[in-house]
Every structure is written in C-alpha cells, then in structure tokens.
Design a protein around this ligand. Structure first.
Ligand SMILES: [Zn+2]
Ligand SMILES: [Zn+2]
Ligand SMILES: [Zn+2]
Ligand SMILES: [Zn+2]
Length: 294
C-alpha cells in the first residue's frame, strides 16, 4: 500500500502527464497486493496520533478511541461505471439514433432471440398453452385453436421498434446476450448498451484517466482523515458512521442524520429509546476490514 505522500505524488504526476493511466494503475495495484496495510505504516500511525481527539465526538467517552471515516473511496470500477453512464447520457442526448441496419447486425451477432408466440389468426400475444388438449394452443381473444403459433422475425420486430420504441410488441425481454452474462434484454436495452459500448470504446482513455483521478482524490481524502471523527468503540459499532453530522444544538457532538440532535442534547426520556434503536452496522464494519484501516 502506498503512503499518503505517494498517493499525492502519483496524482500530481498523472495530472502533469508525467505518467500515463496504465502506469499509474500498475503502481497502485502492485502496491495494493503487497499486503502491507496503510495502518502499518509509520506515517499513518503518526498522523493518526495527531488526529485523534481526547474524547469521543459522539458521546464524550474516553474509552478506546478510534478514527471513524464518514466517507470511503469507492472501488475503481464504480468510478468508471459512473463516468461511462453520464457520458452515454450526453451521447444519447446529442446523437439519439443509430442506423437500423447497424442495430440489426448488432442484435444478430450478440443475442439469441426467443420470440413471443402469437395467434396466427388475430396476432394476439401469448396464447394459452394446453398440455392435455389438442391442438396445443388456444387464443384467448379470437378463440382460434392451433398447433403452430406465429412469430415476428427480428427484422419485423426492429421495424416496429423504429416506428414506435414504446410499442407493446417490443417491450418483452426476449433477447439473451451470447456473452457469459446471458442478460435478458429488449430492443430498448440493447440499443442503450450498444450506444454505451460505443462511448466506452471511443473514450476509453478519457474514462480511465478521469476515474483514476477521482479514485485518487477520494483515497487521499480518506487517508488524510479529512472526513473523519474520533469515536469510541461503542459508538463506532452502534452507528452507521457514514451518515453522521454535527449536532445543530451544541455544535460539538456528532449525531446520526436521522436524529434532530445528539444524544446529550436529547431530553432524558428519549435517550434510552434512541440508544436501543441504534444497531450495529455490519456493512460499514466490513468495508473497514476490507480496506484494512479504521
Ligand atoms: Zn462514544
Ligand atoms: Zn468508515
Ligand atoms: Zn387469435
Ligand atoms: Zn448536541
């Protein structure tokens, strides 16, 4: 794990173009794998000692004080997803149409089609399937009985979609992606993911660099205790510490955002009630453990 200084230096070098995104990423990940946690570094221990107040900022206890972060860096992949999502939104806004032939080709290459069964007489959707009677199908609308249902071809379906993207015929998720995810999509989903992959391919470098910078900014904020408070072990296990803010009454203690004031500013009668409600937030503790620091 890199030290705070090294994170800051890496970020600067990336901004100045002294290293490219791939180099910065490999610097980060190789050091991440070495198993050395931030809290083992001398640098961390020193800053932690300076940061810690002499009492819990939630309850004033002086027992076993720890650094509690009110926000955490996300996984790198989450930043790339967010950026890609918002770039795709812009792209669609400017450039909403894709060529029909191109979409058709994309669908045929990347999806298997499981058509919806139709009545051959009236084209009503989804006839009843009878297991014991023959003929096998019964149309609930025109009462036609038949063995061979009709289908719309991919081309017909796409034509309908281009005339009216909200048409009832094109809403079903009757396409399965051929990749390992086997996603169930309708034409609207397919169009979106196709546009998104166009954006991703054409702006890959930009997306990766921006994501890495955001990741570094949040990690630096985290490692420098910018958005952190001193809390005792009891408060740390009781609260969801990602949702704390300063008490507006005393401006001294922290409180859960769903409460109006901190515990010491509450009337005596409500104190116990609130203390009972506060429950251990496992997810938060897991995040700490995964990151290896608290
Ligand atoms: Zn406390
Ligand atoms: Zn935390
Ligand atoms: Zn029918
Ligand atoms: Zn207060």
């Amino acid at each position: 794990m890199l030290s705070l200084h090294e994170y800051i230096a890496l970020k600067e070098r990336l901004i100045q173009g002294e290293i490219n995104t791939d180099e910065a990423k490999s610097r980060l990940w190789e050091n991440f794998k070495d198993g050395k946690r931030a809290w083992h570094t001398k640098d961390w221990k020193e800053r932690r000692r300076k940061f810690l107040k002499d009492k819990c900022e939630i309850c004033d206890s002086k027992e076993t004080l720890t650094v509690q972060h009110l926000s955490h860096p996300k996984k790198f992949i989450e930043y790339t997803k967010e950026i890609t999502r918002s770039l795709t939104k812009e792209f669609i806004h400017i450039n909403s149409e894709i060529d029909k032939a191109q979409l058709e080709e994309h669908v045929k290459n990347n999806y298997t089609y499981e058509p919806i069964q139709l009545c051959p007489n009236c084209l009503n959707r989804k006839p009843n399937i009878r297991t014991r009677k023959s003929p096998k199908f019964l149309c609930t609308k025109c009462e036609h009985e038949f063995n061979e249902p009709s289908y719309l071809s991919v081309e017909e379906l796409i034509s309908i979609f281009y005339r009216n993207p909200d048409a009832i015929e094109v809403r079903d998720k009757c396409f399965t992606s051929k990749d390992k995810w086997h996603n169930q999509h309708n034409l609207n989903n397919i169009k979106y993911w196709h546009q998104r992959s166009l954006v991703q391919k054409s702006q890959l470098e930009y997306i990766e660099k921006k994501a890495l910078l955001l990741y570094l900014v949040d990690t630096i904020k985290y490692l420098s205790f910018e958005d952190a408070i001193t809390a005792c072990k009891i408060c740390a296990s009781r609260y969801d510490l990602h949702q704390m803010d300063l008490c507006p009454e005393c401006k001294k203690h922290y409180k859960g955002i769903k409460y109006d004031t901190c515990i010491s500013c509450l009337p005596e009668s409500r104190k116990n009630e609130v203390l009972e409600k506060l429950s251990f937030n496992k997810e938060m503790m897991d995040i700490h453990r995964n990151f290896g620091i608290d």
